[in-house]
Design a protein. Structure first.
Length: 345
């Protein structure tokens, strides 16, 4: 384990999607109409959702950090070549089709839709685009160009929409991540750009996501030197009451979110309610359908979040004053991400 983290970059969140439901997308969540979603490259649809999930996994509300960079790579859109051009070239301006399928817009679309301010550009390479994206994101962080960075890659064969993968890492300067009690999964202690020697389009996606989530010893992967994360101390003393806010864009999604959180609490017995509360309060966007669960114990939290009580009227009190509960800092932890209401396109 490293004694010093100066010059290292922390992986504070990760999300991925591999080989299933790659043709499904929650267009309305991102303010995209049906027609626009139909001509949008599935690689860009899925990548957009995965970036949201990665930020939530890190415990950061999208758009809440001043300078958040996006570094991402994708191959040429086979959706444009094999699906759209043969069917729509005669009735639509080809330039209009390119707007939703050009690789150049992969990163900037995420920045625009998630309201991220910071450097944003697409990586083009014949090798591991995601590994290069991580390298560039690390350099941007260490040079002070951004405070948080998304680095990812996507590769989907639109001819089947069953073969593909997408992955996104959330990165932050290690000293600041430990100071801020972030959910540090691993440390990147060195990186060098790797290019076109790979035998397949982007071998780095699943490997990098799996590596940072299960890292137990120092490892070098695709030019990235990874170290296990140092331990982050617990939040401190337990309190008598906790207030867990959950919200969604629809009542149906809210019920799913509540059930997922209840299951997560049940399946992770080491979770501290103080950390759950803190992450939900600072790391989630507030939507119009809301519930705030008041609880003393994990058992109370699970019972109140279960579907049998999900239809109860939502609480309307302020989190900072409800029941006299103080705004006690905790640490960001991994919790279930937003339950997108996906449909097939």
């Amino acid at each position: 384990m490293l004694e010093r983290v100066e010059g290292a970059v922390a992986v504070v969140g990760a999300a991925g999607r591999f080989g299933s439901d790659l043709d499904r997308f929650d267009a309305g969540f991102f303010g995209i109409n049906h027609r626009e979603a139909e001509i949008l490259d599935p690689q860009q649809r899925v990548f957009l959702e995965t970036c949201w999930e990665a930020l939530e996994d890190a415990g950061y509300e999208p758009g809440s950090v001043g300078m958040t960079g996006v570094f991402a790579g994708q191959p040429t859109s086979t959706y444009l070549l094999f699906n759209l051009l043969p069917a729509l070239a005669a009735e639509m301006d080809p330039l209009q089709l390119l707007v939703g399928n050009a690789a150049d817009s992969l990163a900037t679309r995420v920045s625009y839709k998630l309201n991220l301010k910071g450097p944003s550009f697409t990586v083009q390479s014949g090798g591991s685009r995601m590994a290069i994206a991580v390298h560039l994101a690390c350099q941007s962080l260490l040079n002070g160009e951004c405070d948080l960075a998304l680095a990812g890659g996507v590769a989907i064969d639109a001819r089947s929409l069953e073969a593909g993968e997408v992955g996104v890492l959330v990165l932050k300067r290690a000293e600041e991540a430990l100071r801020d009690r972030d959910n540090v999964l691993a440390l990147v202690v060195g990186s060098e750009a790797v290019g076109g020697a790979a035998e397949i389009g982007d071998p780095g996606i699943a490997g990098l996501i799996g590596a940072v989530r299960g890292l137990r010893a120092r490892r070098e992967l695709l030019g990235l030197a990874l170290e296990p994360a140092p331990a982050v101390p617990r939040a401190g003393e337990r309190r008598e009451r906790y207030y867990l806010p959950v919200s969604a864009r629809s009542e149906a999604a809210l019920m799913v979110a509540c059930k997922r959180l209840a299951d997560w609490i049940e399946n992770h017995p080491d979770l501290e309610l103080a950390d759950v509360e803190f992450t939900l309060r600072v790391g989630r966007k507030t939507f119009e359908h809301q519930r705030i669960v008041e609880c003393c114990t994990r058992e109370e939290a699970r019972e109140a979040l279960r579907p049998g009580t999900a239809g109860a009227p939502p609480a309307v009190f302020s989190l900072n004053t409800a029941g006299g509960a103080p705004a006690v800092p905790g640490k960001r932890i991994s919790l279930p991400t937003y339950p997108f209401e996906r449909r097939r396109y």
